[in-house]
Design a protein around this ligand. Structure first.
Ligand SMILES: Cc1cc2nc3c(=O)[nH]c(=O)nc-3n(C[C@H](O)[C@H](O)[C@H](O)COP(=O)(O)OP(=O)(O)OC[C@H]3O[C@@H](n4cnc5c(N)ncnc54)[C@H](O)[C@@H]3O)c2cc1C
Length: 428
C-alpha cells in the first residue's frame, strides 16, 4: 500500500479489506464522525460522517490494518542491550513456561492462568489502577466486550480466550478520561494499534504502563459462534454462560443454562480444528505478527515435550522488556506463580503450525492474491522469510472460497459435512 500515511479517511482501509475490527479509529476521531457498526461478522467503521470529517488522517495513523513499522518500533521500545532478536518472535529478553499457583485461576484460564494472575497481583499491589480485558456481556453471554477491570473479581470474569472478533471502541477514551496506570491485554494487531495510538495521544502513553499480547495465528468472525450453535444444535436463548476453553488444560467449549447445567461440553481441538479457516477474519491472512512483537510480554500455550503431561494448564510467554521481566520474577519469588525459563526454539516448535504462514510462503501468497483482486496490501518494515510458491497461492484462493462459505449460512452444510469427515480422519 503506497503512501499509507497519506490516506486521510478510514473508509480506504475498509474498502481495501484491511479492517480487522479493532475499533480504535472511533476513539481517535476528534470530530466523532466514525461509528463502529456490526457488518460482515466484524465490527467495522461502517459509518463515517463525510460532512464532519476534516481529513486530519489520525484515524488512519492509528489503524493497525494498514500495516505497521514493527521493526523500527520494536527497536525503539525494547532497546535494552540485553534484548535479542529472533526472525519469528521479534525482540525478546527470555522465554518462559509457567502457571498460577492458585488452582482455580490456573484451571479456569485458557492456558496456565498467567495473564489473570499477573493482573490480579498488579491490582492488589496497586501497581495499576485497571486493566483492559475481554469478558462476555452479562445479558448476552456469547457477546465479547472490553472493559477496564479494577478488581480481582472483574479480572476473573474475563478469564480465558475469546476466539472471535473483539472491538476496543471506547477503551482508549475510558483510559484517557480516568487518571491512573493501566495494562492493556489484546491480540498482536490490537497492540500495534495501541502503539500507534500512544504515539499520537501522549497522555495515553503515560497511563498505559504495559501491553500484554496473546500469540495469535488468526481470529474468527462472529458468524463462527452462530455456526457452532447450529453445528451442535444449541439454542442461544438457553445459554446463560459460555466459555471457549473452560476447565483444564486446552479446555473445552462449555455452555451452561440458567440452572448451571451443561448444555454442551466439547474439547477445544474437537470443535476448533474443524472450523479451519471458514470463519477467519480476512485481514488475518495478511498478518505477520504471531507473537505480539510490540507487546511488553506476549502469552500463549505450550503443548510440547514435558508440558504434554500437564492436564491443568501451562502458559508460555516471551518477555521483551526488563521491567516486566523483573515484575514477573518478583511475582514468582512471592509464590503466586511457578515458572521456568525455556529455550526459544522449543517455544517456536510449539507454534510451528503457523510458521509457513506468518512471514513465510503463506503471507507472500496472501499478498499476491490480495493485490490480484485489486486491493491494497498492508505495509510492514520487516522482510518476509520465504519466496513465492504456487501451491500456497492456490491454497489462498481456497481459503478465500472457504471464507465465502463461512459468511453464507445457506452453505454451512458444507462445513458440517467436512467437519464430520475431518474429525473421523483425525480420530476425534
Ligand atoms: C483469538 C486468539 C488466538 C490465539 N492463538 C493462539 C495461538 O495460535 N497459539 C497460542 O499458543 N496461543 C494462542 N492464543 C492465546 C491463548 O489462547 C491464551 O489466551 C494464552 O495462552 C493466555 O492464557 P492464560 O491462561 O495465561 O490467560 P488467562 O488468565 O485465561 O487470561 C486471558 C486474558 O486474555 C484476554 N482475552 C481473551 N480473549 C481475548 C481476545 N479475543 N482479545 C483480547 N484479549 C482477550 C482475557 O480478557 C484475559 O484477560 C490465542 C488467543 C486468542 C484470543
Amino acid at each position: 500500500m503506497k503512501n499509507r500515511h497519506m490516506q486521510k479517511n478510514i473508509s480506504f482501509i475498509v474498502n481495501n479489506g484491511l479492517c480487522m475490527g479493532c475499533g480504535l479509529c472511533q476513539d481517535s476521531c476528534h470530530k466523532k464522525c466514525i461509528k463502529i457498526q456490526h457488518k460482515k461478522g466484524i465490527n467495522i467503521p461502517a459509518y463515517v460522517n463525510k460532512n464532519l470529517c476534516n481529513q486530519c488522517g489520525i484515524c488512519v495513523k492509528v489503524c493497525p490494518g494498514k500495516g505497521c513499522d514493527i521493526g523500527s518500533l520494536s527497536e525503539k521500545l525494547f532497546d535494552d542491550r540485553r534484548t535479542k532478536q529472533d526472525t519469528h518472535v521479534g525482540k525478546y529478553i527470555s522465554c518462559y513456561a509457567g502457571y498460577s499457583n492458585d488452582y482455580d485461576i490456573r484451571y479456569n484460564g485458557a492456558s496456565g492462568g498467567m495473564v489473570s494472575q499477573i493482573l490480579i497481583y498488579l491490582l492488589e499491589k496497586k501497581i495499576i489502577t485497571g486493566a483492559a480485558v475481554v469478558g462476555f456481556k452479562q445479558d448476552e453471554p456469547l457477546t465479547p466486550y472490553v472493559y477496564i477491570a479494577k478488581t480481582k473479581e472483574q479480572i476473573l470474569a474475563a478469564q480465558s480466550s475469546k476466539y472471535c472478533t473483539v472491538s476496543y471502541e471506547t477503551t482508549a477514551q475510558q483510559i484517557l478520561n480516568t487518571p491512573g496506570k493501566y495494562v492493556v491485554v489484546g491480540l498482536p494487531c490490537l497492540i500495534q494499534g495501541f502503539r500507534n495510538y500512544e504515539n499520537t495521544f501522549k497522555l495515553f502513553k503515560e497511563r498505559v504502563i504495559g501491553y500484554f499480547a496473546l500469540y495469535c495465528s488468526a481470529t474468527k468472525n462472529i458468524y463462527s459462534q452462530d455456526y457452532l450453535l447450529y453445528r451442535y444444535q444449541i439454542n442461544r436463548q438457553n445459554i446463560s454462560s459460555f466459555t471457549y476453553r473452560g476447565e483444564g488444560c486446552m479446555g473445552s467449549m462449555i455452555a451452561k443454562n440458567k440452572t448451571g447445567n451443561k448444555l454442551i461440553e466439547i474439547e477445544l481441538l474437537k470443535y476448533y480444528v474443524p472450523l479451519r479457516g471458514f470463519f477467519n477474519i480476512s485481514r488475518c491472512a495478511l498478518c505477520i505478527d504471531h507473537y505480539g512483537e510490540l507487546a511488553d510480554v506476549a502469552f500463549g500455550d505450550i503443548h510440547i515435550g514435558e508440558f504434554l503431561k500437564d492436564n491443568i494448564g501451562i502458559s508460555s510467554w516471551v518477555s521483551r522488556n526488563r521491567y516486566w521481566d523483573n515484575v514477573i520474577k518478583q511475582i514468582s519469588d512471592e509464590g503466586f506463580i511457578s515458572m521456568k525459563e525455556i529455550d526459544i526454539e522449543l517455544l517456536k516448535k510449539s507454534q510451528k503450525y503457523c510458521f509457513k504462514h506468518k512471514k513465510g510462503k503463506g503471507i507472500v501468497a496472501a499478498f499476491t492474491v490480495h493485490s490480484f483482486l485489486g486491493k491494497k496490501n498492508p505495509e510492514y518494515d520487516i522482510p518476509f522469510l520465504a519466496g513465492w510458491d504456487m501451491k500456497f497461492v492456490i491454497r489462498e484462493f481456497i481459503n478465500i472460497a472457504c471464507r465465502f462459505i463461512g459468511r453464507h449460512k445457506s452453505l454451512w452444510w458444507i462445513i458440517k459435512m467436512l467437519d464430520k469427515n475431518y474429525a473421523e480422519t483425525l480420530n476425534l
